[in-house]
Design a protein around this ligand. Structure first.
Ligand code: SAH
Ligand code: MG
Length: 800
C-alpha cells in the first residue's frame, strides 16, 4: 500500500531519491517512521506491514458493510504472466475472482505464495489514467531484518531479476510477475477490473519507443513511421514531437525534458542560468484538441519575431544527471517550429537505440554528432541499459521456430522491387493526379500477415489515413508505392515483416498471430488505395488564384521561347516530375533532343514513366509535328559540372533555385553560364513581394494556426521547402551580376499578375542570352547518373 499511494511515494522521494528505482525503500522509510509513533500503529514482525493498535471505530466498519457490491459471485479476468527469465515467453493467464474472496489472495496463489501480504504491487504502468500494475513477490532474503532498510535492494539475487517487469515498473522486480488491471479505485466501491491481452502487453512495450508512441498515436502500427522532419503544424499528423518526448521521458522515469530558446536580447544577462529562457509548456494534449501553446516563462512581453529561433533541449535523469543535450544549428522563423524540430531530432536519435538493440557506441556517437546531439554515455547507459534486453525483438521469442529468424532471406530476391517490396500488383485507371513531395495524401489500407502456405491473418486496416509525402511519415515500402500511384489506383504487395513487437501490438488476435508466426515463414501483405492528393500549399494557391494555373503559365512561357528560338536541343535544370518536358510533347517545336536533370529520384521516376509512355505511344507523332529523336533523364545536382549538360540551345530552370541555399543558387548561376553555356537560359523563382496577395486570398488560410497567423504571415514562404524567396530587386541584382560576369544579356519578366503594377509578377523570370558565338571547349566529365534514356529507334521497336 505504501508504494501504491502516490502521495506517500512523493514524500518519500524527498527523503531519499533512490526510492525512485527501489520503491521497496518506501516501506522501510514508513516502517521506521511508524516505530517512532507510539500508541497508534504497530509494525508487524515481517517488517512489511503495519497494524492499527486499536480496532476501527464501529461506524467505519458499518459503512464498509453497507457498501453494496454488484460484483457477480464469481468471474474471470485475463492477466499476463511475465516469467522472470527473458527466455520464457509471456503468456495469458486467467484469474478466477469472486465477490467472496480477496483478489490479492488469488494473485498470490497464481504467484505461488499463500498470502496476499506477500504480494507486492507496483505503481501503475502505461498511461497516467491506467490501472495496470505488476504483482510480484519480493524474495524472502530481501526482507531480512538484519539489513539496513535502504540497503535492502542491494542484496544480490543472482538471476532472479525480472528484466521485462522491471523495465515496465521502473523498479526492480524479482521473480515471476503478473500484469493485471485490477484493484480498488477511489471512484467506486466495487473492484475495478479489465482484461489484459497480449496486444495490450505489446502496446505497452512499444509505447516506450519514440516510433512506437507515434505509431500508436496514429492507430497505424504497420504503416505509420516517426517522420524525419517536422514541416508545418497543419501537415503534421499524430502526436507532436514535443508531446512524444514528454511521454518518452515519463515512460522511462526521467525528469521532464527542458526546452530553452536562447534569447539574444538577454545575451548580456548575468543570470547564472545563462541566457536560456525556460519554457513553460502546457501538459500534453490529446490529439484533435487545440494544439498546445508555448508560453515563455518570466518575461511577459511577447516573443519578438525580430530574431530567429533556435531551440535547445536537455534531458536529465530523475537524479538530475544530464543525459543528453541538443542545440539546433538551424534558426526557425517560428518558435514552435524550433521547439518541435529540436524534440524530433532527439527522438530520432533515441529511436536508433531502440531500433538496433546492439548498436555500437561508435555508431550512436556518429549519429549523435550528425544530428547535433551530445550525450553522456555513462548516464545514458545507466538509464537505458535494460532496454536492449527487453526490446531485443527475437530474443523474447526464442521458443518460436527458427523460420522466423531468417526473415531477411525469405522470398526470392528476383521479384524484389525497391524497399523490400515484392509481388507488386497495381490496378485501376491512372487519373494523372499523382502525389509529390509535400503533398498531403490520403490512403485506405489493409495489412495482413501471410504465410508461405497462403494462410492470411488480418493485422490492421484504416479506411482513411492521411500523411505528408516526402518526410518519411510512413514506412518506406508504402511511401515508395504511393509515389507510383495516381488517385483511384490500388496496389497490393508483399513486404518484409516489421519487428515482432509491432506485429503483436497491431494484431487483433495475438495467439493466432503467434501461432502463424511460429508455423512457418511469414510476410506482410499491404493493400492500399490512393484516395486523395492535396497539393502543397503553394500549388493549391497557384491553382486557385490563377487561370490558367501559374505552373501552366510558366510552361507556356518557356514553350513560347523554345518555339521562337527554333532551338534544336533543350535542357530542363531541376525538371522535377517532368511537367515541362511533358507539355512540350503536346506542341509542335523544332526540338530533336530533350534532357531533364534533377536530384529527386522519386520525381525522376515519375518523369521517366510519363515520357516513356508518351514517346512510345502508338499515335503517329508526326501529327503533332513532334520530331524528338532522343530524350535523357539524369540524376545529379545541377550545381556540379557535367560535360553532357553543355552546349544546349535553350536551358530552363523553373522554380528551382529557391529550393537550394543561396550560395548553392549562386554556384548554379556560375556553373550554368560559365560552363553549360546554353544559348538561352530561362530562370524563374517566386516574387516574395507578391506573397501579400497570395496570403490575403489564399483558400487554405484556416489551416494555419490562428495564434501564429498575425505574427508570422509577413515572413512566410510559399512552400516549406523554400530556402529563400527574393524580392524583385534581389533577383534583379543577382541575375544582373551573373550576366555581366559571364558575358550574357538579361531581361526580366514574369507570369501571374501584371508586371508594371505593384507588386509585380507572381513568378519572376530572367531570360539570359549568350553574347559570345561559340562557347569554349569543355573537358569531359561525368557525375550525373543516367536514369532513363530513349531514342527514336525505341519507338519503332515497341511498335513492333
Ligand atoms: N521545374 C519543375 C520542378 C520544380 S520543384 C517544375 O517547374 O515543375 C524544384 C525541383 O528542384 C525539385 O524537383 C528538386 O528536386 C530540384 N532540385 C533542388 N535542388 C537541386 C539541385 N541541386 N540539383 C538538381 N535539382 C534540384
Ligand atoms: Mg518552388
Amino acid at each position: 500500500m505504501a508504494m501504491y499511494d502516490a502521495k506517500l511515494t512523493n514524500l518519500c522521494k524527498h527523503i531519499n531519491p533512490e526510492v525512485e528505482s527501489n520503491p521497496l525503500g518506501i516501506t522501510s522509510i514508513i516502517l521506521s517512521a511508524a516505530e517512532k509513533l507510539s500508541g497508534s500503529l504497530l509494525p508487524l514482525e515481517d517488517h512489511l506491514s503495519l497494524k492499527r493498535q486499536s480496532p476501527h471505530p464501529p461506524d467505519v466498519l458499518q459503512s464498509v458493510e453497507n457498501c453494496e457490491s454488484t460484483l457477480p459471485e464469481s468471474f474471470e479476468i485475463q492477466a499476463i504472466r511475465i516469467p522472470s527469465s527473458v527466455n520464457e515467453t509471456i503468456e495469458t493467464l486467467v484469474l478466477n475472482l469472486s465477490s467472496a474472496s480477496y483478489y490479492l489472495d488469488v494473485i498470490a496463489e497464481a504467484l505461488g505464495v499463500t498470502e496476499a501480504s506477500r504480494v507486492q504491487v507496483s505503481r501503475t504502468i502505461g498511461k497516467a489514467s491506467s490501472e495496470i500494475r505488476l504483482f510480484f513477490c519480493p524474495k524472502q532474503q530481501l526482507l531480512d531484518q538484519s539489513l539496513e532498510p535502504l540497503e535492502v535492494h542491494r542484496v544480490q539475487l543472482q538471476g532472479s531479476l525480472n528484466v521485462r517487469a522491471s523495465y515496465f515498473a521502473g523498479q526492480e522486480v524479482y521473480g515471476d510477475a503478473i500484469l493485471a488491471s485490477v484493484g480498488y479505485v477511489w471512484k467506486s466501491a466495487n473492484l475495478f477490473h479489465e482484461d489484459m491481452s497480449m496486444r495490450t502487453y505489446y502496446r505497452l512495450l512499444i509505447n516506450k519507443i519514440p516510433s512506437g508512441v507515434y505509431k500508436l498515436s496514429r492507430e497505424a502500427i504497420s504503416v505509420a513511421e516517426l517522420p524525419m522532419a517536422f514541416t508545418t503544424r497543419s501537415n503534421w499528423r499524430g502526436f507532436f514531437p514535443r508531446e512524444i518526448l514528454y511521454t518518452f521521458c515519463r515512460q522511462h522515469r526521467l525528469a521532464e525534458p527542458v526546452f530553452c530558446i536562447p534569447n539574444s536580447s538577454l545575451g548580456t544577462s548575468t543570470d547564472p542560468h545563462g541566457t536560456c529562457k525556460k519554457l513553460k509548456v502546457t501538459e500534453p494534449i490529446e490529439e484533435g484538441k487545440k494544439s498546445p501553446v508555448l508560453a515563455a516563462g518570466g518575461g511577459g512581453e511577447s516573443d519578438g519575431l525580430t530574431g530567429d529561433f533556435q531551440c535547445e533541449v536537455k534531458i536529465f535523469s530523475k537524479c538530475q544527471d544530464l543525459i543528453l543535450q541538443f542545440l539546433s544549428t538551424k534558426a526557425y522563423k517560428k518558435q514552435t517550429d524550433a521547439v518541435q524540430n529540436a524534440a524530433l531530432k532527439v527522438l530520432l536519435w533515441l529511436n536508433l537505440f531502440f531500433r538496433e538493440s546492439n548498436i555500437s557506441s561508435e555508431k550512436l556517437s556518429s549519429h549523435a554528432k550528425e544530428l547535433g546531439i551530445q550525450f553522456y554515455s555513462e548516464y545514458f547507459l545507466k538509464e537505458f541499459n535494460i532496454c536492449s534486453l527487453v526490446h531485443d525483438f527475437w530474443m523474447s521469442f526464442a521458443t518460436v521456430e527458427d523460420g522466423l529468424l531468417d526473415r531477411k532471406h525469405m522470398k526470392a530476391n528476383d521479384d524484389m522491387v525497391e524497399n523490400g517490396v515484392f509481388s507488386l500488383n497495381m490496378g485501376g485507371q491512372a487519373s494523372g493526379v499523382n502525389p509529390s513531395s509535400g503533398s498531403l495524401v490520403c490512403i485506405g489500407y489493409t495489412s495482413c500477415l501471410v504465410t508461405e502456405g497462403g494462410t492470411k491473418e488480418h493485422l490492421e486496416s484504416n479506411e482513411q489515413f492521411e500523411f505528408e509525402m516526402g518526410i518519411g511519415a510512413v514506412v518506406p515500402c508504402i511511401e515508395g508505392i504511393v509515389t507510383q500511384l495516381s488517385v483511384g489506383q490500388s496496389a497490393c504487395f508483399g513486404a518484409e515483416l516489421p519487428p515482432l513487437e509491432f506485429i503483436l501490438a497491431a494484431a487483433d488476435d495475438s495467439p493466432t498471430t503467434i501461432s502463424l508466426l511460429s508455423s512457418g515463414k511469414c510476410s506482410l501483405e499491404h493493400t492500399i488505395t490512393l484516395l486523395r492528393v492535396t497539393e502543397p500549399l503553394e500549388d493549391r494557391m497557384e491553382q486557385a488564384l490563377f487561370s490558367p494555373p501559374l505552373s501552366k503559365q510558366r510552361v507556356e512561357y518557356a514553350l513560347q521561347h523554345i518555339q521562337e528560338s527554333h532551338a534544336l536541343s533543350m535542357i530542363d535544370f531541376g525538371c522535377g516530375s517532368g511537367s515541362l518536358l511533358d507539355s512540350l510533347l503536346d506542341y509542335p517545336t523544332s526540338l530533336d533532343k530533350i534532357v531533364g536533370v534533377d536530384i529527386s529520384q522519386k520525381s525522376l521516376a515519375r518523369a521517366a514513366k510519363m515520357l516513356h509512355s508518351k514517346l512510345n505511344s502508338k499515335l503517329d507523332y508526326k501529327v503533332s509535328s513532334n520530331r524528338i529523336k532522343s530524350a535523357v533523364l539524369y540524376d545529379g545536382s545541377i550545381t556540379n559540372f557535367d560535360s553532357r549538360l553543355c552546349g544546349f540551345d535553350i536551358g530552363t530552370c523553373l522554380e528551382v533555385i529557391e529550393h537550394m541555399e543561396e550560395q548553392e543558387a549562386s554556384l548554379f548561376g556560375d556553373v550554368v553560364l560559365s560552363s553549360f553555356c546554353p544559348r538561352i537560359l530561362i530562370i524563374s523563382t517566386p516574387n516574395y513581394e507578391y506573397n501579400v496577395i497570395l496570403q490575403k486570398s489564399a483558400p487554405q488560410n484556416q489551416e494555419e494556426d490562428p495564434d501564429e497567423k498575425n505574427q508570422s504571415q509577413a515572413y512566410k514562404f510559399r512552400n516549406h521547402d523554400h530556402k529563400f524567396e527574393w524580392t524583385r530587386a534581389q533577383f534583379c541584382d543577382w541575375a544582373t551580376d551573373l550576366s555581366r560576369r559571364h558575358n550574357y544579356s538579361v531581361e526580366f519578366s514574369g507570369v501571374g499578375g501584371v508586371g508594371d503594377v505593384e507588386p509585380g509578377f507572381a513568378s519572376q523570370i530572367a531570360v539570359f542570352r549568350r553574347k559570345e558565338e561559340n562557347p569554349k571547349n569543355v573537358e569531359i566529365a561525368h557525375h550525373c547518373k543516367v536514369i532513363w534514356e530513349w531514342s527514336e529507334g525505341d519507338r519503332s521497336k515497341s511498335a513492333l
